[in-house]
Write a protein that binds this ligand. Structure first.
Ligand SMILES: C[S@@+](CC[C@H](N)C(=O)[O-])C[C@H]1O[C@@H](n2cnc3c(N)ncnc32)[C@H](O)[C@@H]1O
Length: 245
């Protein structure tokens, strides 16, 4: 299956459009079907040792949406990852006060960064919160990298590699099983936006070592791992070799 990137409807609907609100709710069910929470938790735990996790951690989520997926991950990790400062970056400012309170109740500090990720990637050392001066122990993404064509993806991954020590990406697996699953999200009660975007996402997803191929070639000190995860997804991890995980 050739990779085809197409505009997804959810990305272009206003945040308060009822179809967008419904589609974001559908996403919670889609994540349940994909086993996302557990895959992301395990991916993070493979990158951050139990010992390192007890120290302060700065985590950035790119394309975080309403922040609800990571709240589930945070709930299972917080007892062992007690000092996390989380930044949720998305073009749309849609993290609710209740979600932010959910993080606070776990002892995590969560803040929203409403910006386009490519502006973040192109930001120079401005010393701003999202600028290149900021460094992260872990950058993570879920159902996000597949929005980008090769050129933008390489720009984005170069910025990620320059600004963090560990990176984890959860994406659709571009394969027949995932494509079949994407045609069946209607059975979960998903609306037309989710049904259409799910299929587009799989066509734009990844397989084999495609994400590794877009990682900066001069980043010799990085260790990469990329593989199918669960039935429907494809994950990529990168960590700096000198970094004690
Ligand atoms: C499929 S949703 C995934 C949301 C969340 N990661 C999850 O898995 O529930 C993709 C998100 O990417 C955001 N997005 C798309 N293009 C973006 C861009 N260029 N910069 C920042 N956010 C973007 C959208 O607003 C949307 O919230």
């Amino acid at each position: 299956m050739r990779r085809v990137v197409a505009a997804e409807t959810l990305d272009h609907l206003p945040a308060h459009d009822p179809a967008a609100i419904r589609s974001r709710r559908d996403l919670v069910r889609v994540h349940r079907m994909m086993g996302t929470r557990s895959i992301v938790r395990k991916g993070w735990q493979a990158l951050v040792s139990p010992q390192r996790a007890r120290e302060p951690l700065r985590i950035l989520e790119l394309g975080a949406g309403d922040g609800s997926l990571l709240l589930g991950v945070a709930r299972s990790l917080a007892p062992r990852w007690p000092r996390v400062r989380l930044t949720l970056l998305d073009r749309q400012d849609i993290v609710s006060p209740a979600t932010l309170e959910g993080y606070a109740a776990l002892g995590w500090t969560a803040q929203v960064l409403a910006t386009d990720v490519l502006d973040w990637a192109d930001a120079h050392d401005e010393g701003t919160q999202g600028g290149a001066a900021q460094r992260w122990d872990l950058i993570s993404t879920a159902l996000f990298l597949h929005h980008f064509e090769a050129g933008a993806l390489e720009r984005l991954l170069a910025a990620v590699a320059a600004r963090c020590d560990r990176f984890f990406a959860f994406e659709p697996d571009r394969a027949w099983l995932a494509l079949t699953g994407s045609h069946l999200v209607g059975l979960l009660g998903a609306n037309a936006v989710t049904r259409e975007d799910a299929v587009l996402s799989v066509h734009a997803g990844f397989r084999d070592r495609e994400l590794s191929g877009h990682w900066p070639r001069d980043a010799a000190r990085w260790q990469l791992h990329e593989a199918r995860a669960g039935l429907f997804s494809h994950c990529f991890s990168a960590w700096r070799m000198q970094e004690a995980r």
